[in-house]
Write a protein that binds this ligand. Structure first.
Ligand code: SAM
Length: 262
């Protein structure tokens, strides 16, 4: 039966549907936040050595590839979105290996072998991938014994989609962070893209909020030992007042976790 022209199409959950928007914001080298904060913080936790094999899970267009390759390590990225992967391949050239695949089923990828990597990373991707326990077991499959895992995410204690925000305390003249809900895991539909131009199938990606204890428990259950944790504040743009600068310095934007496989 022909689809009615005015029928509202169900938005896709795939990042493919929002690839145009994401690439417009972040490109294949990452957004300003990637380049100034997230990538340097992840690289400090990862500390890759020359010749090491790094698997970047949920790699998008491979924003991490230049930093890993500049350290002399080998970069492989996997992502579920064929459009982001195709863009990344074109941008980064043949030295970066980018594969289309599902983070929850890495063993289904013929191009990967068990224990084939020295390190695995999640650059701003772990909160977009579900379920967490299956994803971490899948990462563990790809790592050699003793292999390292680094995840860099928006801070799950302070940056909860739709459940946190800035507030202003008049009496104390300070900016505070308000948290409305934290311990309950959430599956949050993000802003919808692609509807306006009418050409692309509209896309709504999901973000999965989990409290910190869920990450620690899932890492431990997959055989990882946490050996580093870093909380990273947002940089200033220069336009903030004193109270905003203090709030941004004090309340972190990103959380980085380093672990190794026991
Ligand atoms: C916020 S983007 C981050 C991309 C990239 N790491 C970056 O920082 O530019 C989240 C990515 O997770 C990917 N993703 C979500 N679920 C996935 C899954 N099950 N397997 C592989 N990739 C997945 C999406 O396709 C998307 O590219």
């Amino acid at each position: 039966m022909a689809r009615k022209t005015n029928q509202r199409r169900a938005p896709s959950k795939s990042w493919d549907a929002v690839a145009g928007w994401y690439l417009g914001w972040a490109g294949a080298e990452g957004s300003r936040h990637h380049r100034e904060l997230a990538i340097p913080a992840l690289m400090a936790l990862l500390a890759p050595e020359k010749g090491e094999r790094v698997l970047d899970i949920g790699c998008g267009a491979g924003a991490l590839a230049p930093a890993v390759m500049a350290a002399g390590a080998h970069y492989t990225g996997i992502d579920k979105s064929p459009r982001l992967v195709a863009h990344g391949r074109k941008h980064h050239g043949g030295d970066a290996r980018l594969l289309v695949g599902d983070a929850t089923r890495l063993s289904a990828l013929a191009a990967l072998a068990p224990g084939g990597f020295d390190a695995a990373t999640f650059l701003l991707s772990i909160q977009d991938i579900d379920p967490l326990d299956v994803t971490l077991r899948s990462a563990a499959w790809a790592l050699r014994p003793g292999g390292r895992l680094v995840m860099l995410m928006t801070h799950p204690c302070f940056r909860i989609p739709r459940q946190s925000g800035w507030g202003w305390d008049d009496g104390r003249s300070l900016q505070y962070r308000r948290i409305d809900s934290y311990l309950t895991p959430l599956d949050v539909p993000m802003q919808e893209y692609g509807r306006k131009n009418g050409k692309e199938k509209p896309g709504v990606t999901r973000s999965y909020h989990r409290p910190l204890e869920t990450y620690v428990a899932a890492l431990a259950a997959s055989g990882f030992v946490i050996d580093a944790l870093q909380e990273i504040p947002a940089g200033n743009t220069g336009e903030e007042g004193r109270a905003q600068r203090r709030a941004r310095r004090e309340i972190p934007l990103f959380l980085g976790i380093g672990a190794w496989q026991s």
